[in-house]
Design a protein around this ligand. Structure first.
Ligand code: ACO
Length: 326
């Protein structure tokens, strides 16, 4: 059976944290953050919100676009690195809140590559003929893993959620190729030791905050984005010039610039929302895909590359021929 994305949604928390706000919290400056990362502001999850609540909002939006009732979902996959709890999966909370009573539910912890890992998983279940309707959500309350005194991490990340509905389709599959990879020898370069639920549920112990070797991750990121993009484009039997839109993981504008320069991709073919949201971790490509459609950057028949990298050290990419309506 073939599969296609038929719905998309997003949720961004109301609270905006600007670079100027950060200047009051840690030894940094708006000028440093903008020139070294491209980020101007990010959203921060409310005290009564968590990864699961944002995932529900984004998931509802995606189901609405797809015109699909939650009761018809066969599976809910949540990609997150900031789950409400260690156990159960955030997907269990999302399944219940959506009323997706007939759906299996589990989380994917694939760092910033998690949304693409989860999407590829959904396509496999449909291709195997096992399921027809799958909701994939990427959601992050990753600000709760920030040590606000650590300027090497706290200026980079933001919270939010994005979602996609993948449905069986009798004509053709929109995913033309994919690449998933991981190099566990870099697992200590970027990690979070603890879940990120509502403040009443989590410890404020500093040992649990995100730890990152930024420079090493930067070098890995550029190579991973370049190689994964080349591999999926090649795997789809296409050339770089055939691609209408690149949606790279929104981590740092210098990483994106270095990657697109190496790939020889013009910047007008690259989607950017990093300036408004920072690094949304797994939710980054999900929110970017949703906004690309909303802003009409992605039209029926367009070829799009999604590519991400992250802790693990992981990478993932896919080529889609965008055709949700056909
Ligand atoms: N404000 C002001 N100064 C800062 C800040 C800050 N927020 N952070 C670092 N500096 C200083 C450093 O102390 C250093 O000062 P020094 O020269 O006096 O020693 C100087 O700026 C340069 O520091 P570098 O670490 O070399 O800065 P770099 O240009 O590498 O930028 C950054 C750091 C932004 C972290 C970059 O390395 C990066 O983006 N790495 C990739 C990180 C990433 O993408 N992680 C997410 C992966 S996805 C996932 O799975 C979650």
């Amino acid at each position: 059976m073939h599969a296609r994305i038929t719905g998309w949604g997003k949720y961004l928390p109301q609270r905006v944290l600007t670079n100027k706000d950060l200047e009051k919290m840690v030894d940094t400056s708006d000028e440093w953050i903008v020139t070294r990362t491209g980020i101007r502001e990010r959203r921060i999850v409310g005290d009564d919100e968590a990864t699961s609540t944002m995932a529900v909002a984004a998931g509802r939006g995606a189901l609405e676009v797809a015109g699909l009732s939650p009761g018809l979902l066969d599976m809910v996959i949540v990609a997150t690195n900031s789950p409400d709890r260690m156990m159960p999966a955030s997907a269990a909370l999302v399944q219940h809140a959506l009323g997706a009573k007939n759906a299996a539910a589990f989380d994917v912890v694939g760092a910033c590559s998690g949304f693409i890992y989860a999407l590829v998983t959904a396509y496999q279940f449909i291709a195997a003929g096992a399921y027809e309707n799958i909701l994939v959500v990427a959601s992050e309350a990753i600000s709760r893993a920030m040590n606000w005194e650590d300027r090497s991490t706290s200026v980079l990340f933001g919270d939010g959620a994005g979602a996609a509905v993948v449905q069986a389709n009798e004509h053709a599959t929109d995913m033309l190729s994919f690449v998933l990879g991981n190099d566990g020898s870099g697992a200590d370069l970027l990690y979070i030791p603890h879940p990120c639920g509502m403040p009443t549920n989590v410890s404020n112990d500093r040992r649990y905050y995100m730890i990152m070797e930024g420079r090493a991750v930067f070098k890995f990121a550029v190579t991973a984005m370049v190689e994964a993009s080349k591999q999926v484009i090649d795997g789809a039997g296409l050339n770089i010039a055939d691609i209408d839109l690149f949606i790279p993981h929104q981590a740092n504008s210098r990483i994106t610039q270095a990657a697109i320069k190496a790939l020889d991709i013009p910047s007008d073919k690259v989607f950017v929302n990093l300036d408004r949201y920072g690094n949304l971790s797994a939710a980054s490509p999900a929110v970017a895909l949703c906004e690309a459609v909303e802003q009409r950057r992605l039209k029926e028949g367009d070829l799009v590359v999604l590519v991400a990298f992250g802790a693990g050290l992981s990478w993932a990419a896919m080529v889609l021929r965008w055709q949700p309506g056909a």
